[in-house]
Each structure stands twice: as C-alpha cells, then as structure tokens.
Design a protein around this ligand. Structure first.
Ligand SMILES: NC(=O)c1ccc[n+]([C@@H]2O[C@H](COP(=O)([O-])OP(=O)(O)OC[C@H]3O[C@@H](n4cnc5c(N)ncnc54)[C@H](OP(=O)(O)O)[C@@H]3O)[C@@H](O)[C@H]2O)c1
Length: 317
C-alpha cells in the first residue's frame, strides 16, 4: 500500500457503487472488451498510460496515440501485439489529420475513443497558429481528431473527453471568443480552465449532433493526481488546488477510474452529454450547460481547424 493510499481520505461510494477511492481495475471488473477497439490520446504518460493498461487487460485492442511515434511505440510495446502506436501532435493540424487518416486506414471500427492528452497551466503565453496553446491542444486538436474519425466509430461507440474540475477556473464569461489568441490577457490556470470547459461543451454538442445514432459522448474530471501534467506548475500552486492537500490526491489507478468507468461500464450504455467525477454524474459550471455557447464553440472550432460546416461527417441535429 502506498503512503498516499494510507493517508488518503476514504469517501463513501456514490450512487453508481463506485467513488473517489475506486480504481480503474475495480470499475472494470468483469467487463469483457475482447474484440473491442479503444483509441486513447496521450498513452505515454500518467492517466492515459494507466487507462490503456487497464482497458487492454480487459481484452481491448488499443490504438495508442502520442505526440511522437517513438513515444507511442514505447508505450504500446508494454501490451505486445494488442496495441497499435500512432503519432499525433495535437497542436499540429497536419499531424492530427494524418493520425485520423492512419486510424481510419486500419479499418477497425472504434468502440471507445478517449480524448485524454492535455497540457496545463503554461506560465507564459504560447500559441499554435495564433491560438493559445492549451485551447489549441486540449480542445482544438481533439475536436479535429474526433471529427476526422466520426465515420470510423462503431455502433454504440463511446467518446470520453478528459475535462477537469479546473473548468471552474475558466474566465467569468466562459469561453473568451474574442481572446482565443490569449494576447489580450493571459493567465495560465484560467486558460487551462477555459480549455477544460471547452472539453465539456464539446462532449455536449457532440451528443446533440450524434443523437439517434447510438454514439455517446461524455466528459470526466479524473480527480487530482500527481502526474507529468504539473510540469509547468509550482508545487505550491498544485497543492493549493487540492483542498485538504495530500488527502485529496488520488493515485494514478484511481485517477484512471472515472475514465474507464465512463468508457466501459455496461450501466452507462446510452448515457450521453454528462459530466462525471469520482465515477458518478456530477454538476459542472452552469456555462457547461449553455447550448448557445456550445454551438458557437463548435462553429468557431470548425473555422479554426478548417472543417467545412456544410459537409459534416454526421447528420447535424
Ligand atoms: N492529473 C490531474 O490531476 C488531472 C486533473 C484533471 C484533469 N486531468 C486531465 O487528464 C488528462 C491526462 O493528464 P495526465 O495527468 O495524465 O497528464 P500527463 O501525465 O502530463 O499526460 C498528458 C499526456 O498528454 C500528452 N500531450 C501533451 N501535449 C500534447 C500534444 N500537443 N499532442 C499530443 N499529446 C500531447 C503528453 O505527451 P508528452 O508526454 O509527450 O508531453 C502525455 O502523454 C489531461 O487532459 C488533463 O487535463 C488531469
């Protein structure tokens, strides 16, 4: 047992029967993913790596994406022939298009698509194609990837978007459509919060657009876990984000639980457009339920990644 597990607060499980202390293995106990294909971004580190390990243990074939092929290969090697590595640098639209092309060419319908990769709280403004880098990576990269793979989704496929309760730190007005460059003012945590709000709005609007065809899309807050995500943050800032300090931290096995629960648990068949934390439905910031904001984000994202809104890969609802 780790030191963290010993000092960690014990929370009662929620209505799902799982909760804060549940691990990814526990929430997928008895789930058979044999013959299923799971695509995960960011498999070389932290939660993506653990999610990949556990879903592969349940029998799934993993398509493992990392920003460089060598990283994806190294991560996938741990699973032997049960994983296909693919390079995908999410802040580079050409790389994302190439990745979705390679995935589609595999000809394997995707049963579970997990938008996991992310960066947090860059201390100084950085941009990709003039867009603030956290928004570009965490939201736009995944937006383009998922849109590129809609035709490859299996009947009843599940899309899972890693958000964060840090979406409560988004700007007061929600998505700052007039400051997506970050140039007007920049705060690393606010920008992260905005990108994580975008992840929820994306799952909600995807739900609306895909309704009727059986595909679901949900967002999750995994908890607070010490991974490489904190590489840009001072440890004091990271600690202050977790009220109650260490007792509120999850280990990586618990950190991957909500993702794995939403991705694979049979009780969630058909559940879509929800926000989950600690393996239960939770209530996000009111902005996350703002349909007009979600639709505007979709239109602006289409423009920014160069998708033709008159040629959507699904029946627009
Ligand atoms: N850890 C937490 O406390 C926490 C809390 C709430 C939400 N989350 C969310 O959980 C997800 C996973 O985070 P984590 O904690 O596992 O962090 P992590 O250990 O830093 O892993 C992040 C992954 O994303 C990849 N990535 C970053 N930028 C990328 C890019 N431009 N293109 C492609 N891949 C990129 C990283 O690749 P490299 O290794 O090559 O950089 C890495 O594989 C993130 O979306 C994060 O926002 C985490």
């Amino acid at each position: 047992m780790s030191v963290l597990s010993m000092i960690q607060k014990k929370h009662p499980p929620g209505p799902s029967g799982f909760g804060f202390n549940s691990s990814a293995e526990e929430v997928t106990e008895g789930v058979d993913l044999t013959g299923k294909t799971v695509l995960i971004t960011g498999v070389n580190s932290g939660l993506g790596q653990e999610t990949m390990r556990v879903l592969a243990k349940r029998g799934a074939h993993i398509i493992g994406l990392a920003r460089e092929l060598a990283k994806a290969e190294q991560a996938c090697e741990t699973l032997g022939s049960n994983a296909t590595p693919i390079a995908c640098e999410l802040s580079d639209l050409d790389s994302v298009r190439a990745a979705s092309g390679q995935v589609a060419a595999l000809g394997k319908p995707i049963d579970i698509l997990i938008c996991n990769a992310g960066i947090m709280a860059l201390p100084k403004l950085r941009q990709a194609r003039g867009i603030e880098l956290q928004f570009a990576t965490n939201h736009l990269g995944h937006f383009l990837l998922v849109n590129g793979l809609v035709d490859s989704l299996a009947d009843g496929a599940r899309v899972v978007c890693l958000s964060s309760n840090a979406h409560f730190m988004a700007p007061e007005e929600g998505i700052q459509f007039d400051n997506l460059s970050g140039v007007r003012d920049y705060d690393g945590l606010k920008a992260y919060g905005q990108s994580k709000l975008a992840n929820i709005l994306f799952a909600k609007e995807l739900t609306r657009r895909l309704q009727g065809n059986g595909v679901t899309a949900n967002a999750v807050h995994p908890g607070v876990i010490l991974t490489n995500l904190g590489r840009h943050m001072k440890i004091t800032t990271m600690l202050s984000m977790a009220t109650g300090i260490l007792r509120q931290f999850k280990n990586v096995h618990q950190g991957a639980a909500t993702t794995c629960y939403v991705a694979a648990h049979p009780s969630l068949q058909g559940v879509s457009g929800e926000y989950f934390a600690d393996c239960n439905v939770d209530v996000p910031l009111p902005h996350a339920n703002d349909v007009a904001m979600a639709q505007r984000l979709w239109r602006v994202s289409e423009e920014l990644v160069g998708l033709d809104p008159t040629d959507p890969p699904y029946e627009a609802a």
